[in-house]
Design a protein around this ligand. Structure first.
Ligand SMILES: C[S@@+](CC[C@H](N)C(=O)[O-])C[C@H]1O[C@@H](n2cnc3c(N)ncnc32)[C@H](O)[C@@H]1O
Length: 327
């Protein structure tokens, strides 16, 4: 009878969901080995008939989900754990965007695959003082801002859009929220350079530090699809908006249901694709959160071919209105 030992394997260089899926797949395909659990950063608990050295050898022969990802086995040790507990659900997102920012600062092209969230067909935009990590990096043009508004850029990254808005309008109260501390540190540093008095940059994943009914506009530029609990986000956004305020979401949208297999393919997990909703689903969700109506502006239509079937997507900007007070 084979003796099975339980191991905890940790990896270096995991920076996207695609890499985590690649690790799961690799361990799942190993002989005489069962994958027991994988956390959000790819660390895996596995039970195996092989010794640690053999497992380490097997796991060193793959690099990740695509050529730019360079996963390496870091440690492998025996463990009593059989599953992970208390995992920060945003740990991978934070690692991914910290890596993206480090790469941008060092002048390295950010995209790790064609569908990467930080996809750049226009590498020049990373040469700006405040790089943008969003496809619609000129969103500021589309926001219909008036002087004196209070604006929250949720998932503000480096603060790129807020700094652009500030150049064009006066008297704005600008609030940037982002879950990745290094993004907020970068934005804060840029703000210190210009001596901006009307900016607040907050590390966070919600509106905890924003007063109820105090905001004219909440917008998200390539962030909504990454948010894990979209219903809660919409309810919270409704809460902080003034009556008459609006929420603007710029992102990728699907036109029909996409299969789980596509969503779980490492190639598509990185990017807004896996988390994309149809405009119809977003309308239903926003209604449940209290919003009244929704207007869309399409930026471009495109198709993704997967296993011989074409799926229709669009890059779009959706404006959602809060007509009434909180009930
Ligand atoms: C594709 S980047 C876009 C950044 C920025 N909007 C821009 O235009 O450059 C996505 C950003 O959303 C942040 N993010 C993801 N989920 C978040 C959440 N739940 N709360 C706050 N920030 C989040 C990430 O840390 C990252 O900086």
């Amino acid at each position: 009878m084979q003796t099975l030992v339980t191991y905890l394997a940790r990896f270096d260089g995991v920076s996207c969901e695609g890499c985590v899926t690649a690790i799961k797949r690799k361990i799942g395909e190993m002989e005489s080995t069962t994958l027991l659990d994988t956390d959000i950063q790819g660390s895996s608990i596995l039970s195996s008939a092989f010794d640690a050295e053999r497992i380490s050898d097997e796991l060193s022969s793959f690099q990740g989900c695509c050529e730019s990802c360079q996963i390496k086995i870091d440690t492998i040790e025996e463990t009593k754990l059989t599953k992970f507990e208390n995992v920060d659900s945003y740990a991978l997102i934070k690692t991914q965007y910290k890596t993206a920012l480090d790469r941008a600062i060092n002048g390295i092209e950010v995209a790790c695959s064609e569908h990467c969230v930080c996809k750049t067909t226009d590498v020049d935009r990373f040469k700006d003082e405040t790089p943008s990590f969003a496809t619609l990096y000129n969103l500021a043009e589309l926001l219909e801002i008036s002087d004196g508004m209070t604006v929250v850029d949720f998932g503000c990254g480096t603060g790129h859009d807020l700094f652009e808005l500030n150049k064009k309008h006066s008297g704005l109260n600008l609030i940037g929220v982002d879950v990745t501390d290094s993004m907020i540190a970068f934005a804060q540093e840029m703000n210190d350079k210009i001596g901006g008095k009307n900016f607040s940059f907050i590390v966070g994943r919600d509106f905890r530090e924003v007063e109820d009914e105090s905001v004219d506009l909440v917008y998200l530029n390539n962030v909504f699809n990454i948010i894990l609990d979209k219903s809660k986000f919409l309810k919270d956004a409704f809460q902080v908006l003034k009556a008459g305020g609006k929420l603007i979401i710029a992102d990728e949208f699907t036109e029909e249901a996409i299969p789980d297999k596509l969503k779980n393919d490492p190639e598509f997990q990185c990017g807004g694709i896996a988390g994309a909703l149809s405009v119809h689903s977003l309308r239903q969700m926003s209604k449940s959160a209290g919003f009244s109506n929704l207007k869309t502006s399409k930026v471009r239509d495109y198709q993704i071919s997967y296993e011989g079937i074409d799926y229709n997507f669009q890059t779009g900007v959706v404006s959602i209105y809060k007509m009434n007070k909180i009930h």
